[in-house]
Write a protein that binds this ligand. Structure first.
Ligand code: F3S
Length: 64
């Protein structure tokens, strides 16, 4: 199972990850991203990896 995590101390709230992988990430009330579900849903693996690679502060980790 692939798992996604956002380090809120590192996230700057750029908003990129929810636009790249909207089934995995959303913006929290504090203006930073969070995972909707820790386990990446089927079909969102590639997009989760793309979000991880695209985050400007490398706040996202996606691991098998
Ligand atoms: Fe934050 Fe990176 Fe997403 S800065 S909003 S975790 S793309």
């Amino acid at each position: 199972v692939m798992k996604a995590n956002v380090d809120k101390d590192t996230c700057i709230g750029c908003g990129l990850c929810p636009s790249v992988a909207p089934e995995v990430f959303e913006m929290d009330d504090d203006g930073k991203a969070k995972t909707i579900t820790e386990e990446v849903p089927d079909g969102s693996e590639e997009l989760s990896k793309e979000a991880e690679a695209s985050c400007p502060t490398s706040a996202i980790s996606v691991e098998e």
